[in-house]
Design a protein around this ligand. Structure first.
Ligand SMILES: [Zn+2]
Length: 417
């Protein structure tokens, strides 16, 4: 929260400086055509996460406004939203904004102001207000350590401290893989219920992966139900999402151009508890000759659950191979190539002097030798059954659930484990 607020204050400062530079003294109405003068009308907001946000401005005596608009700048969006305001029974201007119909990204900061005009064309503009659009369906508790601030609503202080310690461990682990600098603050929201987490993200109009990997805000949203697997999930989810945030810090706007296999591969090799199912997935695909060409994983992963899961497994194994072969410097050079604007395959060629296809052959040879390994076909049935039912829920939730189901399935089949 501190980072968000600091950003907002900085923005206020910049706006104030800009208006001074533009010679627009506050508090005096101007005629149409000139930029509106600034007034300090009392602003008020209240909201129900995922349903509505009420924005209000109590007008002062500067002008007799005949109409007014609300301006909204949502963090991470280029376009300013403009919404006509209405006068309520208390003569305040207001907008009851339907967030269900017009989603706003969860945990973003919204900067807003009103502009009003009188019948003779005089215009005023209010000061900027800000609203941190946090999921207020829950009573969040907070705990901070170092750059991390964790928010949770179920569990005790020890649970929160475990998240903070894991985040710190994840940071150190990630920095051994790549020389990465963290942001000033990383916010961690731990939901105790996958449905609540998915609701938060679906309401934001993004699928789960996009929200989880929205590193521009340095906010991660986790689902950590109190199950026996909770600790393993903490050790997977936090370092994984943290790596996305760190890589964003490294390449900033080039982040969305990174090959998907690299972005997810880096995040996955940063996990403290490696996914035990990935190896079985790859072995199985190799035996069945269903491996996906790495080039097909440049811009997107398959949409179907089994293809997506295999894509994660391959991306992880391939990226780990790159790391072992070319080291931190090699991976950092590769990120630089993509930051410089090179495409997926070209970036690999320029960085390593081999084609993606050649390195892919080297990787397969390293992983499987000259001949494909036999055996190691895992029991995928629980996962495949699951995949049919959950295609509508966001992707990585499927993957996490599937991994859990697979592990449980294996445990049931092998009681000694
Ligand atoms: Zn990821």
């Amino acid at each position: 929260m501190h980072t968000l607020l600091h950003r907002v204050y900085l923005l206020f400062l910049l706006i104030a400086l800009a208006s001074l530079a533009a010679g627009a003294p506050p508090g005096r109405a101007q005629t149409s055509g000139a930029s509106p003068s600034q007034v300090a009308w009392p602003l008020h907001t209240e909201y129900q996460f995922g349903q509505y946000i009420l924005f209000q401005a109590a007008p002062g005596a500067e002008i007799a406004a005949q109409q007014a608009n609300l301006y909204l700048q949502v963090q991470g969006e280029r376009n300013t939203r403009v919404i006509p305001a209405v006068k309520n029974s208390a003569s305040a201007w207001e907008v009851n904004y339907d967030v269900h119909t017009h989603p706003i990204r969860a945990y973003s900061v919204i900067i807003y102001w009103f502009e009003a005009q009188s019948s003779d064309g005089q215009k005023i503009e209010t000061q900027r207000g800000s609203l941190a659009y946090i999921d207020n369906r829950f009573e969040w508790q907070s705990r901070a350590q170092g750059i991390f601030e964790v928010h949770w609503y179920e569990g005790d202080e020890a649970f929160a401290q475990l998240l903070l310690d894991t985040a710190q461990q994840g940071l150190e682990n990630a920095q051994q893989i790549l020389p990465l600098s963290p942001p000033d603050r990383v916010q961690i929201y731990a939901y105790a219920n996958g449905r609540h987490m998915r609701e938060a993200i679906q309401l934001a109009g993004e699928d789960w992966v996009a929200a989880h990997t929205s590193p521009d805000m340095a906010v991660m949203v986790l689902s950590l139900p109190p199950t026996p697997e909770q600790r393993l999930e903490i050790e997977r989810q936090i370092p994984h999402e943290l790596m996305h945030i760190l890589v964003y810090q490294r390449v900033t706007t080039a982040y969305t151009r990174l090959p998907m296999w690299l972005s997810e591969g880096l995040a996955s090799i940063a996990e403290l508890y490696p996914n035990p199912d990935y190896l079985a997935m790859i072995n199985s695909a190799q035996v069945k000759d269903t491996m996906l060409p790495m080039e097909s994983l440049c811009s997107a992963f398959p949409r179907d659950a089994s293809g997506a899961y295999l894509a994660y497994a391959q991306a992880t194994s391939f990226t780990r191979f790159l790391y072992r072969t070319y080291g931190s410097q090699g991976l950092d050079n590769l990120l630089q190539a993509y930051q410089d604007g090179l495409g997926c395959t070209r970036g690999v060629e320029v960085t390593f002097g081999s084609t993606l296809a050649q390195i892919e052959r080297d990787w397969l040879k390293d992983a499987f030798g000259e001949n494909p390994v036999s055996g190691a076909v895992s029991n995928l049935t629980p996962w495949l059954v699951l995949s049919g039912a959950v295609l509508l829920v966001p992707l990585v939730v499927i993957l996490l659930n599937a991994a859990g189901a697979l592990r449980r399935g294996q445990k049931e089949n092998q009681p000694k484990e």
